[in-house]
Design a protein around this ligand. Structure first.
Ligand SMILES: [Zn+2]
Length: 73
């Protein structure tokens, strides 16, 4: 009769998967928000046409590849 109260393998797997799934969701949300902030939350930055590095709109040349940048009016 005591075996009726013991958790089976399915219950053990669920108990291990639920926290792992929750942690995976948190990591995904954090990664998505960080990747968006890199480009969208910096209105003073523009990607370099050559190397893709985010450069200030006031910069005349790209600090990474040295490409001359056209300043927007
Ligand atoms: Zn560049």
């Amino acid at each position: 009769m005591f075996a009726f109260f013991m958790p089976g393998p399915i219950e053990l797997i669920i108990m291990m998967l639920v926290p792992a799934a929750a942690l995976a969701v948190v990591v995904l949300v954090v990664a998505l928000t960080r990747s968006r902030k890199a480009s969208d939350d910096n209105p003073n930055l523009t990607p370099c046409p050559d190397c893709g590095r985010f450069v200030s709109l006031h910069a005349t040349t790209c600090p990474q590849c040295g490409r001359p940048l056209q300043t927007q009016p």
